[in-house]
Design a protein around this ligand. Structure first.
Ligand code: CNA
Length: 258
């Protein structure tokens, strides 16, 4: 803890990469833990090809998800404190629960790498987009929500604006990485190329509550030339070896009181 405190004190521009583990204490299961969503629904429910073939499994998950009420956790409040101290450069979140914004982070400082649930759009044309409240009403009324623009085309169902397996990421993800980490160029699977240290770029990376299994974000810590701190309930087979500081445990227990 002392080592973490010291790194936080020294840092001026902190970039945070986070995942489902920062929201489990809000009551939202992660994907890959023993009691996670993959165990209950299977990973295919979150794939584009499954959804366009058979949207009802995802709709079943979504109905259950939206029935919950979720509040930010001590870890989200820690991020807010970093913002108040003027040290938060950016949060790259893989989460789609929106709790980073609920806690009051400046939207400009948050990149929702895997999308969000404020709107819903058509999995086929991508152009038809409606507010999530309207999607919810139609889902309750119609059971399956079809895109009116696609006139019954195959797979033209609406889903919340989250990124499924098989879909591209928001362009803002790359733009912010270039800005924050001085990354020049991206390779296969969206893997960022070398980042350069000189200049007003991030000087500390915190990686919180993620198994780092999903590309391309899993590659980001590996190109970051500054100190990297990994806080997660379990190790990541690769990253744990090269993180400068790896703290096993629950995020709330580690950062909640900082
Ligand atoms: P994951 O692969 O399920 O990994 C989560 C990691 O967090 C695991 O290594 C757990 O051991 C660890 N973990 C769980 N609880 C805690 C805790 N309290 N403290 C510390 N570590 C903990 O999930 P990732 O985020 O790595 O994978 C990316 C997916 C998950 C993204 O596409 C997300 O959209 C998706 N997801 C998001 C949410 C959400 O928005 N809250 C929930 C479930 C899945």
């Amino acid at each position: 803890m002392e080592a973490l405190r010291e790194r936080l004190q020294r840092a001026q521009r902190i970039v945070v990469i986070c995942g489902a583990g920062i929201s489990t204490s809000a009551g939202i299961p992660d994907f890959r833990s023993a009691s996670g969503l993959f165990e209950k629904y299977g990973p295919e429910v979150f794939s584009l090809s499954t959804f366009t073939r058979e949207p009802n499994s995802f709709y079943r998950f979504y109905r259950e998800f939206r029935a919950g009420t979720y509040a930010p956790t001590p870890t989200h409040r820690f991020l807010k404190r970093l913002q108040e101290q003027g040290k938060l450069m950016r949060v790259y979140t893989q989460n789609i629960d929106g709790l980073e914004l609920s806690v009051g982070l400046d939207p400009g400082l948050v990149v929702q790498v895997h999308g969000h649930m404020r709107t819903a759009n058509c999995a086929q044309c991508r152009r038809w987009e409606i507010p999530i409240a309207e999607f919810d009403t139609r889902l309750d009324r119609e059971g399956t929500v079809r895109c009116p623009r696609c006139h019954g085309a195959r797979g033209a169902y609406l889903k919340p604006s989250i990124v499924f397996y098989g879909e591209g990421l928001p362009t803002r993800f790359r733009q912010c990485l270039e800005n924050d980490l001085n990354i020049k160029g991206f390779g296969g699977e969206g893997r960022p190329k070398k980042a350069y240290r000189e200049g007003p770029f991030a000087d500390l990376m915190l990686v919180l509550g993620t198994s780092l299994q999903v590309a391309p974000i899993k590659y980001v810590p590996e190109v970051f030339p500054g100190p990297r701190v990994y806080i997660n309930a379990e190790p990541n087979a690769i990253f744990t070896r090269y993180a400068d500081l790896w703290i096993p445990g629950k995020c709330d227990d580690v950062v909640g009181s900082l």
